[in-house]
Design a protein. Structure first.
Length: 154
């Protein structure tokens, strides 16, 4: 029973993190911390690292703190929340940095309809290089309109 509860906490945290990521992307990254995120929207940039990569560290801190505090408190629910946050961060890295932006040339070709929709939605997000008037701020939950017809994504 405890295993099921802990697994539920991890899964729920992972799902909630998509909302946190959407909110943070829309209102913080495209808001008062735009100066850190702006270089991520520059087309054809050649840098290996961007100022935007600081968000990786910023978002890792709550997961690390929850895991450490949870261990210190005898593996309580904070530990499992930290695991959920960390798993979401890992998924974000694999989906966003590797699959979508190809920062390391892996996972280039896919026939998967869902993954093509993710890539298309993110491409639409990057069409707008300005701070305002963007769309598609999430990562895993893709708006239905990107599933309506097959998409060509290069």
């Amino acid at each position: 029973m405890e295993l099921l509860l802990n697994l539920s906490i991890v899964i729920l945290t992972f799902i909630v993190m998509e909302g946190v990521a959407w909110f943070t992307h829309k209102y913080v990254m495209h808001g008062f911390l735009w100066y850190l995120h702006k270089d991520h929207h520059v087309p054809n940039h050649e840098k290996v690292f961007e100022k935007n990569d600081y968000f990786f560290l910023i978002f890792a801190i709550p997961g690390i703190l929850c895991i450490l505090y949870g261990v210190e408190q005898g593996m309580n629910f904070y530990f499992w929340i930290g695991i959920g946050i960390t798993l979401y961060g890992s998924a974000y890295f694999f989906i966003h940095d590797l699959f979508i932006h190809q920062r390391i040339r892996v996972l280039r070709n896919t026939k998967n309809y869902y993954f093509k929709a993710i890539r298309k939605a993110h491409k639409v997000h990057h069409k707008n290089i300005a701070k305002k008037d963007g769309e598609c701020f999430g990562m895993l939950f893709v708006p239905k309109k990107y599933f309506k017809r097959p998409h060509r994504v290069d």
